[in-house]
Ligand binder design. Structure first.
Ligand code: ADE
Length: 422
């Protein structure tokens, strides 16, 4: 086992480590692609001498990935990307496994920011971000560190949007690879990962039935598609709300009802926001919302459901169950908010299944190696994941599953290259 970094870390309770080790060992057994990457990293040490700063949901899969980067030779420091998704037992175990950890569950906004700064104090060469807070802090408050940063990777749709805004303004100081946009990431993590883990979070927190209920899914991107698909599989009637006419057409063709939130809210037993935008469920919707409606968010930030509007109409919330807050309106209606409007799958659950994060985090590790190997040669903008990495992760996954596929024949290859014949 690597040297313990407990003394360098900021932890809630180091004595929780044994439970954390069990959680990390469990997910590691279900991440075969990352295990292949680990073997390769141990043999070749592509990150030797590099320091990596990570800001991610600090649960078991993330912890395991951090140890893979460390196995590649990097010195790794990590903080949480959401105060409620951090698991203290996992943090304690990870510090014992040689990673510097600055995080605890339920960090106040000030503590959350302080943890990001502590991770940056380790003077990273590479960054790995989820949602953009690490990169934004670097550019806003730690500019003295910018010249030494070779580049980084971003995990989520929201983070990639923020990076593109920075790049468009000419403000991005180093190359950032958009891991979110790799096929082996969004086709699986965003769709099947969010689809399953969101319902896992909602069901374990409410202990209620989905079958026979009306579920409103706000946003029909890859995450929304997964949430809607799984709601249907659980037996719900599903309504989709959208602002994008193309996505709305997709939802219709996939067999869902589409209507504005002002009509949907009046019928909803559950509303799940998955848009990446602000004010998706707001006062005008709460005015008509059905009594007993359960509100959950699966988008990156806790801005999709307007908590101020909830308090305006319902006063301060009453905690009626772990992760469930009740708002009682003057007319007697009650509305329930899960996990304080933060990512319900992570703040109220364990995040995506291990087999899904296996793919996303294998892409992450290979993209980190790509940046380290191409230091100084990459443009300071938002870059795609090289297609070879996507393909490699896909092939490793098939191998792990024991699935074989066909190869193009020479005739087929020639046919695809030609443009003359019919
Ligand atoms: N586990 C770690 N990071 C995650 C993410 N971005 N989404 C879901 N589960 C996760």
């Amino acid at each position: 086992m690597p040297e313990s970094k407990v003394h360098l870390s900021t932890l809630r309770d180091p004595s929780l480590a044994p439970e954390g080790h069990k959680k990390i060992d469990w997910v590691a057994r279900h991440m075969p692609v990352l295990n292949e990457v680990r073997k390769e990293f141990e043999a070749t040490r592509p990150l030797a001498g590099r320091r990596i700063a990570i800001c991610l949901h600090l649960e078991a899969k993330t912890a395991y990935m951090a140890t893979v980067l460390a196995a590649g030779g990097a010195e790794v420091a990590i903080c949480g990307s959401n105060p409620l998704s951090t698991q203290d037992d996992v943090c304690a175990a990870l510090a014992e496994r040689g990673v510097i950890v600055h995080a605890w569950h339920g960090a106040t906004p000030q503590e959350y920011v302080a943890h990001i700064h502590k991770v940056l104090d380790h003077q990273p060469d590479l960054v790995l971000d989820d949602g953009g807070d690490l990169v934004a802090t670097l550019h806003r408050e730690r500019r003295e560190l910018l010249p030494r940063i070779l580049g980084g990777t971003e995990e989520t749709t929201t983070g990639v949007h923020r990076l593109r805004a920075m790049a468009a303004a000419g403000a991005l100081a180093f190359p950032m690879v958009a891991v979110n946009n790799a096929h082996m990431k969004f086709l699986f993590d965003n769709r099947y990962g969010t689809g399953q883990s969101t319902w896992d979070g909602i069901m374990r927190n409410t202990n209620l039935t989905v079958a026979g209920k009306t579920v409103v899914v706000a946003g029909y991107g890859w995450c929304g598609k997964g949430v809607a698909m799984r709601a249907r599989g659980l037996g719900a009637r599903v309504i989709v709300t959208e602002t994008d006419p193309i996505a709305a057409n997709e939802a219709i063709m996939d067999g869902f009802e589409v209507m504005p939130m002002s009509r949907a809210a009046a019928q909803a037993d559950f509303i799940v926001t998955v848009t990446g935008n602000i004010g998706v469920v707001r006062e005008e919707h709460l005015q008509v919302i059905k009594d007993g409606c359960i509100l959950a968010n699966a988008g990156h930030f806790d801005v999709e459901i307007d908590k101020r509007a909830l308090e305006k109409l319902g006063g301060p919330p009453r905690r009626v169950r772990e992760n469930v807050d009740e708002y009682r309106f003057a007319d007697g209606r009650r509305v329930y908010l899960l996990a304080e409007g933060r990512l319900v799958n992570l703040a109220g659950g364990d995040g995506h299944p291990a087999e899904i994060m296996d793919l996303s985090f294998a892409v992450q590790c290979l993209a980190q190696r790509y940046i380290a190997e191409n230091a100084g040669r990459l443009e300071r903008t938002v870059l795609p994941v090289p297609p070879e990495i996507d393909r490699r992760v896909a092939e490793l996954r098939l191998r792990a599953l024991g699935v074989e596929i066909d190869r193009l024949t020479p005739e087929q290859e020639a046919y695809l290259r030609s443009w003359q014949g019919g």
